[in-house]
Design a protein around this ligand. Structure first.
Ligand code: BDR
Ligand code: CA
Length: 322
């Protein structure tokens, strides 16, 4: 008798954002994944805007995964968003906009929903965080046993060197450094480990014109799901084009690809600390790779990806469901 392989059980915390949408769509498309729930956090844009994006994305695809609103502001600092780059709603399109139809939110707070779901499935859920870490930090503070009940923690955020929001800070960490510091402090308590996918590895996964064309080819008519998705991928890449680059990093899809195909990635154990005090370096992830010689590791940091394989897989996954 053959038994079906166990599904990967995931909770997604997100701030859509186009690359968040791409990541979410891959999770929904993967038959090997069971997505327990999605919590939305303020990040790329203020909470009402990223929530509206999430509700409209959800409705466009007709997904079943329950959706919650999470934290509206960072733990300590004033809100920062990526609207200066991603546009006022956090989602740019070169053509069709998302239809207005919106999936209703679940009652209650996303942090409580995350806690309830992890408690109900001890040792089974991997928490994938692709926005600022506010919801995750709040959940760990409210339910201190939570890190030990996870199967794993996977974070898109940080960098080993240069930043994308300040010279040294990546957006998701810079948007709530206190939350990130609290989460990395708890990281060693996650039984299956904590993984950080920072700028360096995500920049090895580039989306360009060929990917837009391949997704557009799945369209059966103007304004259908494939066309809307392709227009938003095109809009996202447009930011890079205006800076003289032909392609753009697929930040949030990168850890999703690792969940499906870890063989395409190289990770190294590291000590990750979040700088909270430096007047020039606040929000920086200081990664000590000389472990255990110089420090005790609290995470694994992804350092290399086979980007072409990742993008070919991602486009094929999406073409099947768009
Ligand atoms: C991260 O910041 C956001 O703008 C993206 O969605 C991604 O999660 C990249 O720095
Ligand atoms: Ca994001």
């Amino acid at each position: 008798m053959t038994t079906a392989a166990a599904k990967k059980e995931i909770w997604l915390d997100t701030d859509p954002g186009f690359d968040d949408w791409f990541a979410w769509a891959l999770l929904e498309a993967d038959p090997a994944v069971r997505l327990h729930g999605v919590s939305v956090v303020a990040g790329n844009a203020p909470l009402p805007l990223v929530l509206a994006n999430a509700q409209r994305i959800h409705a466009l695809h007709g997904w079943q995964t329950p959706l919650w609103a999470g934290a509206e502001r960072p733990l300590v600092q004033k809100q920062v968003t990526a609207q200066d780059i991603l546009g006022s709603t956090g989602l740019r399109t070169s053509g069709a906009a998302l239809p207005e139809a919106a999936t209703p939110l679940q009652a209650g707070h996303g942090v409580d929903a995350m806690i309830d779901s992890v408690r109900a499935h001890p040792g089974r859920i991997t928490l994938l965080a692709i926005g600022p870490l506010t919801n995750v930090a709040l959940a760990f503070a409210k339910a201190p046993e939570l890190p030990s009940l996870l199967a794993g923690l996977v974070i898109m955020g940080g960098s080993q060197g240069a930043g994308n929001t300040t010279p040294v800070a990546e957006f998701n960490i810079y948007a709530d450094p206190e939350a990130a510091a609290q989460v990395f402090e708890q990281a060693p308590r996650v039984p299956g480990g904590t993984r950080m996918f920072g700028l360096e590895v995500c920049r090895q996964v580039q989306g360009g014109d060929a990917h837009v064309a391949a997704l557009r080819a799945a369209s059966r008519g103007p304004g259908d799901r494939a066309a809307v998705f392709a227009d938003h991928l095109d809009g996202y890449i447009g930011v890079a084009r205006r800076r003289g680059r032909a392609s753009a990093p697929m930040y949030d899809p990168t850890p999703v690809a690792w969940l499906a195909h870890p063989e395409w990635f190289t990770l190294q154990p590291a000590r990750v600390e979040v700088e909270l005090k430096g007047s020039f370096t606040r929000g920086m992830t200081v990664c000590e790779l000389r472990v255990p010689r110089r420090a005790v590791a609290n995470a694994e940091v992804a350092v290399a990806a086979q980007g072409d394989e990742v993008m070919a897989w991602a486009v094929e996954m999406l073409r099947g469901v768009l």
